[in-house]
Design a binder for this molecule. Sequence first.
Ligand SMILES: Nc1ncnc2c1ncn2[C@@H]1O[C@H](COS(=O)(=O)NC(=O)[C@@H](N)CO)[C@@H](O)[C@H]1O
Length: 140
Amino acid sequence: MRLLLIHARRFSYEVVKPAVEEPEPLGEAGGSGAFENTLVVFTSVEKGDDESVVPGAVSEILSVFNQVKASSIVVYPYAHLSQDLAPPFEAVKILGRLYAALKEAGVEAYKAPFGWYKAFTLECYGHPLSELSRSVRRSE
Ligand SMILES: Nc1ncnc2c1ncn2[C@@H]1O[C@H](COS(=O)(=O)NC(=O)[C@@H](N)CO)[C@@H](O)[C@H]1O
């Protein structure tokens, strides 16, 4: 699993159109979201990833979240951080588990809808910890 973590003063997105056969239904959040002082976690699920990547990803994300003192986290499905992507039906499952685990950790977490082309606006704070990337391996 590859993560790109951006600490954003402002971040907003809006769905444009489906990008896969069966995009995730647009939940109560609808097809758009707007956030301030948030940690955007662009996430690529990689071939071979299984649920065992989730605890490591949560630990990496919460460590940065606490250091930068963001007020929320947005899990953003992103298919451009790896050449070795998991297929959509696997990716959506693991992204859902990551989102659930972050909420279980008691942080204000949101998830952008999977399988949609989305327009987004991102205003990065630019401080030294505001742009980080992590790679999380499944546990053997
Ligand atoms: N392995 C993955 N990790 C994260 N998001 C993914 C992954 N696979 C698909 N997605 C989601 O599905 C959308 C489209 O994925 S894609 O790889 O860009 N394109 C496709 O899958 C093609 N079938 C259609 O374009 C992405 O924007 C993302 O929301």
